[in-house]
Design a protein around this ligand. Structure first.
Ligand code: NAD
Ligand code: UD1
Length: 336
């Protein structure tokens, strides 16, 4: 089977590409490298001993997307390409709507033209907005709290409408919780541009000495230690969920799944666990709450277990150990 992976040089895509190649899929990847570099593609090829047909370009470029489908008989698409920084999406909403929505539309247009109607879409727990009840099940109320989240919710609606319009379409919407960690080889991992927005990349850069001190955003939430609680999932487990989704895609016209572990850890749990993995304490200070944050967010994972046979296998120590290996062996990410 030949899979087109959009955003194929990115963090989650690179880990998914490893598993796809290891399990005998052929991978075609397209990425405009706006938040990644080609080195991740090369490292995936090194790790697996297999080639990726890589196209540098934009998913909104209909001519390029058509060329890719002309040159390859694509069986299914995993659509990772997207911008994901919440803060930036509030400052420059047009950039997010343009990139994330137009990519979806051009992709579907070209897929329809070539009769390729299987798609796995990267959605996010952000579509639940402020949770009213935990754990979050797939039928929990949905809402939008920022432009990035709006593009994910609209994306879900768009792909849902497409799949309902034609029984040949099969769409899987995966709502990721908080992906962390790296491949256990230490060769691929998350390589954020500039100062990281997300917790674990920040913590690992403090550990390696690139940043001085973590700001913990609030210690007065109604949680066990006052800091925010999230459902962190190892990126290799998350990658596995995509393979499970592909295997079950023909059974569903539209399948919606939470992808998490079902376990919530606080910011201080994460700081402590990472300190253990790297062998020294992580410097932190308590700061103001970050606007837009919720106290707690974690998944009910029963549906993915029942329908996809997917269960996350790696624990918090695995996440921290693998992230530390990646960060310490590649202090500047993919840039030597
Ligand atoms: P990432 O930035 O590492 O990967 C996204 C890739 O898409 C990047 O390589 C980027 O260069 C590329 N890209 C963006 N716009 C493009 C376009 N128009 N054409 C071609 N390439 C384009 O991010 P990631 O963490 O691997 O996330 C992958 C997907 O999962 C994104 O859609 C993101 O919104 C979603 N997601 C991520 C998280 C998370 O915490 N990392 C959580 C929920 C959902
Ligand atoms: C964030 C986004 C979410 C997006 C996800 C993946 C916001 C409000 N939410 O989720 O929409 O889907 O990333 O890209 O940006 N924290 C600190 N100090 C830091 C960084 C984070 O204390 O320097 C805390 C946060 O307050 C939170 C937890 O760590 O309690 C996790 O934060 P983060 O990694 O940014 O993920 P989310 O906020 O869950």
């Amino acid at each position: 089977m030949k899979i087109l992976v959009t955003g194929g040089a990115g963090y989650i895509a690179s880990h998914t590409n490893v598993l796809l190649l290891e399990r005998g899929y052929e991978v075609v990847a397209v990425d405009n490298l706006s938040n990644s570099c080609e080195e991740s593609i090369k490292r995936v090829e090194e790790l697996t001993g297999k080639k990726i047909a890589f196209y540098q370009g934009d998913c909104r470029d209909e001519e390029l997307m058509t060329k890719i489908f002309q040159e390859h008989k694509i069986d299914a698409v995993i659509h990772f390409a997207g911008l994901k920084a919440v803060g930036e999406s509030c400052r420059i909403p047009l950039k997010y709507y343009d990139n994330n929505m137009n990519s979806n539309m051009v992709l579907v247009k070209v897929m329809e033209k070539f009769g390729c109607k299987r798609l796995v879409f990267s959605s996010s727990a952000t579509v639940y907005g402020v949770p009213k009840k935990l754990p979050l099940t797939e039928d929990s109320p949905l809402s939008v709290t920022n432009p990035y989240g709006a593009t994910k919710l609209l994306g879900e609606q768009f792909f849902g409408d497409i799949s309902r319009s034609d029984p040949d379409w099969h769409v899987m919407l995966l709502r990721y919780f908080n992906p962390v960690g790296a491949h256990e080889s230490g060769r691929i991992g998350e390589d954020p541009a500039g100062i990281p927005n997300n917790l674990m990349p920040y913590v690992s850069q403090v550990a390696v000495g690139k940043l001085k001190c973590l700001s913990v955003y609030g210690n007065d939430y109604p949680t066990k230690d006052g800091t925010g609680v999230r459902d962190y999932i190892h990126v290799v487990d998350l990658a596995e969920a995509h393979l499970a989704a592909l295997q079950h895609i023909d059974e569903h016209q539209i399948g919606i799944y939470n992808v998490g572990t079902g376990v919530g850890y606080s910011v201080l749990d994460m700081v402590k666990a990472f300190g253990k993995a790297c062998g020294h304490e992580i410097a932190y200070r308590i700061a103001e709450r970050r606007s837009g944050d919720v106290a707690e967010c974690y998944a009910c994972c029963d549906k993915a277990k029942k329908e996809l046979g997917f269960v996350a296998k790696k624990n918090l120590d695995d996440m921290c150990r693998d992230l530390w290996r990646w960060q310490s062996e590649n202090p500047n990410g993919y840039h030597a």
